[in-house]
Design a protein around this ligand. Structure first.
Ligand SMILES: NC(=O)c1ccc[n+]([C@@H]2O[C@H](COP(=O)([O-])OP(=O)(O)OC[C@H]3O[C@@H](n4cnc5c(N)ncnc54)[C@H](O)[C@@H]3O)[C@@H](O)[C@H]2O)c1
Length: 271
């Protein structure tokens, strides 16, 4: 599928993997790109992209991806400016790490991972990415109906692609009961949407990045990175965000690729 000329949305576009992906999609000539983030710095990124690319393709949207109203307004605005959205990379994500059940030896009481945190992590990392993808499929379906089309025909060429951002943690990682559940849940969404969304000419895949050099991983602290991550990667360094962006663009443009792609530099959760 040609990325050039398509309309894209990237969430979490202010930082890390989302930002690198947005920049790469812009370089590859998208007609329009919606840059979504809670952080106002997406406006700066939109300015940079518009200065470097003809046709002012970038629009910044500041808001929370878990809000349905915000999500709908972003999709409507992109459709009004550029046409139906065909590419989605819902990269906004958070971690709230803690051991699932922690024993206090002094009091003899065990505390369990707070439910509010579990709900927040799954809202941001699981529910929101899925609903952003459903919005894309709905827009494609409506646009097809307007053109008098129903079931997608391969002769038409691929219409769209969604790439969810999973994680190596989806295989289980200490301290990440909520995050791992959310990322593993995206596998089920990918498998189901791969079967459903192709009716409208949309493919769906999931990438599982390994530890990537972004603020999310830097927040772990240099010592932890040196001790738990670097020795277990083939490349002895963190993955670069542009390496993940490159793999995402490959998944979008190569329609023979389906399901999950592991871009983890060989790191797997320890027993
Ligand atoms: N960095 C890694 O090693 C790694 C590995 C595997 C998967 N991932 C996943 O990749 C994605 C991007 O991670 P990153 O490392 O680039 O993180 P990051 O912290 O650098 O960027 C995440 C961005 O998402 C935004 N965001 C968070 N919650 C939001 C919300 N509710 N609404 C709008 N914006 C919101 C933040 O403001 C931030 O700009 C996440 O889904 C993360 O789980 C990262």
């Amino acid at each position: 599928m040609l990325i050039e000329g398509k309309v894209a949305i990237v969430t979490g576009a202010a930082s890390g993997i989302g930002r690198a992906t947005a920049e790469m999609l812009a370089q590859k000539g998208v007609k329009g790109i919606g840059l979504v983030d809670m952080s106002e710095s997406v406006e700066e990124l939109a300015r940079e992209i518009n200065e470097a690319n003809p046709g002012n393709p970038a629009r910044a949207f500041i808001g929370d991806t878990t809000s349905s109203e915000f999500r709908k307004s972003v999709f409507n605005s992109m459709r009004d400016s550029f046409g139906a959205v065909g590419i989605l990379v819902p990269a906004a994500g958070i971690t709230r790490d803690a051991i699932a059940v922690k024993m206090n030896r002094e009091s003899g009481e065990a505390s369990i991972y707070p439910e509010e945190k579990f709900r927040l992590v799954t809202e941001v990392n699981l529910v929101a990415p899925i609903y952003w993808s459903l919005e894309l499929v709905a827009q494609q379906a409506e646009e097809r109906a307007e053109r008098g089309l129903n079931k997608w025909d391969p002769e038409e060429g691929m219409q769209g692609a969604v790439v969810f951002i999973g994680s190596v943690a989806s295989q289980g990682n200490k301290g990440q009961v909520a995050y791992a559940s959310a990322k593993a849940g995206l596998e089920g969404a990918t498998a189901t949407l791969s079967k459903e969304a192709i009716f409208h000419g949309v493919r769906c895949g999931i990438i599982h990045p390994g530890f990537t050099d972004t603020p999310m991983v830097r927040a772990m602290g240099e010592e932890k990175v040196k001790e738990y991550i670097l020795p277990y990667t083939e490349i002895q360094r963190l993955v670069r965000p542009d390496e993940i962006a490159d793999a995402i663009c490959f998944m979008i443009s190569n329609s023979a690729v389906s399901g999950a792609l592991w871009a983890d530099a060989g790191w797997h959760p320890h027993p």
